[in-house]
Design a protein around this ligand. Structure first.
Ligand SMILES: [Zn+2]
Length: 97
């Protein structure tokens, strides 16, 4: 049986998903998803792959959290202080050589 981490990697190779979707599909807590993503992103580069991140975005002013290095949800928008943030989503890119 594949480990949770392997299952997440398989999902990310097939489609673009966000943390809530991963959490629901694999029946794990959202917090655990972020921990796995952190580990996955660090180990993928050694395999010639990359975790592509479509960043969190403020639903009020459109601010993109492009420079965020952590995976968990940001609390507030630094620009407009709004609290409605759309989820980031993730996808694994196989590098072409
Ligand atoms: Zn904003």
């Amino acid at each position: 049986m594949a480990t949770i981490r392997q299952q997440i990697i398989a999902l990310l190779r097939n489609e673009e998903v966000n943390a809530l979707e991963i959490s629901q599909l694999l029946s794990i807590r959202e917090k655990e998803v972020y921990e796995h993503l952190d580990h996955i992103s660090r180990t993928l580069s050694s395999q010639g792959k990359r975790l592509l991140v479509r960043p969190y975005a403020c639903m009020k002013c459109g601010f993109l959290f492009k420079d965020r290095h952590r995976f968990n949800r940001p609390g507030r928008c630094p620009r407009c202080k709004g609290g409605h943030i759309s989820m980031a989503s993730y996808h694994i890119e196989e590098q072409q050589t």
